[in-house]
Every structure is written in C-alpha cells, then in structure tokens.
Design a protein around this ligand. Structure first.
Ligand SMILES: Cc1cc2nc3c(=O)[nH]c(=O)nc-3n(C[C@H](O)[C@H](O)[C@H](O)COP(=O)(O)OP(=O)(O)OC[C@H]3O[C@@H](n4cnc5c(N)ncnc54)[C@H](O)[C@@H]3O)c2cc1C
Length: 345
C-alpha cells in the first residue's frame, strides 16, 4: 500500500498566546484534515539558517472535541526550532508537517485516568484528557506542575473542562515557586488509593524519572518523552543473548555479514553491514544526510521502506503493524538482520 508523502503543507490559520513562552498553532493541512488520535504528534520540518531541522509537537486538541487541529509549542531557552517558530511563524503562513504519529494513547482500563504533566508536557495530556472525558465514562485526574502560575499553560481551558465535566475531572496545579519541585511523596499522595489505575506522564526528563520510580503499580505507567533519546542499549552491553533479545537487539552471539544499500532521493549508496549499527547510522556512515528527529523511535521522521531483507527495531512507538507489514521501518531504531535494501520516500 502506498504511503502518502512524509511531509505535507499546512496553513497556520490561528495563533493563540497561552503564556509568555507558549503558543498554540491551529493547523489546516492543504490536502484535507488529518485523521489522528488524542496524544499523537506531528513532526515539523523547519529551515533555520539554511539547515533543515525536524522537531515533533503533540496535538493539544482532541479529534472528538475540537473542530480545529492544534499543537502547542513552548520556547526552550537556546532552542533552535521552538524559538524560530515563535519568532517567525504568523497566521496565514505555511509549515511542513508529517501526518500524526505516536503511540502515547489512551489504553483501555479500569478506574480513573491519572495524568502527570510538567511544563509543555501538558500538551498531549490535555488531548488525552479531553478525549477520555468525551468518549468514555472514566474520571480523569491531572497533576500539572509548572515553575509558577505565569508559566501554567491552559489554565483557563482546564478550568472550563472542570466545570463542563463536573465531578469527573480533577486538576491539581503544582507551582514550584510555592512548594518546591514535586517529590515522590507528592506524587504518591496524588495517586492516593488509585494505585491500580494507569498513569500517563509527560514532562521534563527528571520529573518523569522521579514519577516513574515513585509509582510502583500495580497500574501501568505510560510515558511520552520530549527530550533526547536515551543512549540505545547495544547488544554487546547485554549480559546474555537472551537479554539482548529482550531489548530487541540482535544477539551478540550471531555476527552477520552483508551490505546495506540505501536510496535517498537521487542518491544510491552501499556500505558493508556493521553488526549492531542502525540503518540511520549506516546512512550517515555512507555520507548521506537523511531526515531524523527524536532518534528514540517516537517521531517517524526517519521512516524508510525496506525493499529487500529485514531489520529489527529496538523501539517502535510510531509505526502501526500494517505499516511494518508494508515494509516501513524507523531507521533510527532498525538494525539489519541480514543484507538489506532501503529506500527513503
Ligand atoms: C514525541 C514528541 C512530542 C513533543 N511535543 C512537544 C509539544 O507538544 N510541545 C513542545 O513545546 N515541545 C514538544 N516536544 C519537544 C520538541 O520536539 C523540541 O525538542 C523542543 O521544542 C526543543 O527544540 P528546539 O529546536 O527549540 O531546541 P534545540 O535546539 O533542540 O535545543 C534543546 C536544548 O538543548 C540545548 N542546546 C542546544 N544546542 C546546544 C549546544 N550546542 N550546547 C549546549 N546546549 C545546547 C538548548 O539550550 C536547549 O535547552 C516534543 C518532542 C517529542 C519527541
């Protein structure tokens, strides 16, 4: 099945100033509305000083409750793309974005949906909260942490939702300037008796690490990471072949030889297969400059099609089973199982 082009043009029809450093961008794709699920994101391709940069931004809208598709972007101090978008993008401008991707989605479950958001991490959680309230009878409880009240994105929106879904939505705002950083005890106090409920997390890395270690279940914790990828585990680091298999890497005991052939636009290159190396790493070694963004298996910017051979993805939080069956792979995560031919589309 043919996949639509990776990037599509969309017009920014409205910009909403949420806080001093956060803006919501209403996007209208040129070829018709995107189908998406609450919690997903689009990856933007932005040319900054002649270089194409790729960054993912989650939808703050939910398809079931919002007629407009929106992403909300917070300035990151010193950040290239977030600042460029804030400083340059105006209503009526066009941007290039991927279709929505990502697997940070509401899962079926019992009990309330618990959300922990830090800073811009509220974006996908607001989307999931709106969708949950509109499409299920489950309650939603959100703990939203910000530096101070001025930094709180969607303050008025969450107030309106609390009123609209009276008795079903609880929002607790945590301000660091009042209370200091959220602690494991604070996270557990918020969870209270709902330890069997699933929790959804998005925020700064340290915030998420703290909550992930504080929540010991039995509910499952689902996390969306905005930051850089953790250093991928290499097969050689795994203690046993079984452990290597557990992390989706090829077993250290089975060295393979072969060739990685890559087509990118008009360029065709082949390099010897380096066991344990991802297709993206092989492409760079071959002198290509393929698209990529999160390098964590989240954003699908690095997608390519395997036309011959096979590869195993270490992490896949972006592609559906159907897309994988059609040969698509995330090159930042795909390690060849044998000689392989790959085409960027
Ligand atoms: C799946 C996903 C969804 C996301 N959703 C959202 C969202 O909804 N809203 C949102 O606001 N963000 C979101 N993000 C984060 C977003 O994609 C960007 O990572 C973020 O906007 C920062 O990009 P930037 O180009 O502005 O910063 P970058 O230029 O990438 O810089 C990031 C950080 O690195 C520092 N840095 C950069 N270069 C150097 C250097 N040479 N030396 C030292 N430090 C340096 C910068 O100061 C900054 O702190 C999401 C990310 C992912 C992966």
């Amino acid at each position: 099945m043919a996949r639509p082009p990776l990037f599509q043009r969309a017009t920014v029809t409205r910009i909403v100033k949420e806080t001093d450093d956060a803006r919501t961008y209403v996007l209208v794709p040129e070829d018709g509305p995107f189908t998406y699920q609450a919690g997903q994101f689009c990856t933007f391709k932005v040319d900054v000083d002649g270089t194409s940069l790729y960054r993912s931004y989650s939808m703050s809208s939910a398809p079931e409750t919002d007629t407009e598709m929106m992403t909300t972007i917070k300035r990151v101090p010193g950040g290239k793309v977030s600042n460029w978008l804030h400083d340059n993008l105006a209503e009526g401008d066009q941007v290039e974005i991927t279709r929505p991707a990502g697997t940070f989605l509401l899962r079926q479950g019992e009990g309330p949906v618990i959300g922990f958001a830090g800073g811009s991490g509220i974006t996908p959680l607001l989307s999931i909260a709106k969708s949950t309230l509109a499409t299920t009878d489950r309650d939603v409880r959100l703990l939203i942490a910000d530096r101070d009240r001025n930094a709180a994105i969607f303050d008025a929106v969450t107030d309106e939702l609390v009123e609209k879904y009276a008795g079903r939505l609880t929002v607790v705002r945590h301000f660091d300037d009042d209370l200091g950083l959220l602690t494991p005890a604070g996270a557990l106090e918020f969870i209270g008796a709902d330890t069997a409920s699933d929790a959804y997390l998005c925020g700064p890395e340290a915030f998420m690490d703290m909550i992930e270690s504080a929540l010991t279940g039995p509910g499952t914790v689902y996390s969306e990471r905005f930051g850089a990828a953790a250093e991928p585990v290499k097969a050689a680091d795994a203690e046993t072949p079984a452990a290597a298999a557990d992390i989706g890497a090829p077993a250290a005991a089975a060295p393979i030889e072969g060739t990685v052939s890559i087509r990118l636009g008009g360029q065709r290159v082949s390099v010897p297969l380096n066991p344990g190396e991802t297709l993206l790493e092989s492409a760079r070694r071959a002198g290509l400059a393929p698209p990529f963004s999160c390098e964590a298996g989240n954003c699908a910017t690095c997608i390519a099609k395997i036309t011959d051979g096979s590869a195993t993805m270490r992490v896949n939080d972006a592609l559906s089973d159907d897309e994988i069956a059609d040969g698509y792979t995330l090159t930042c995560q795909a390690v060849p199982d044998c000689s392989i031919k790959v085409r960027y589309e």
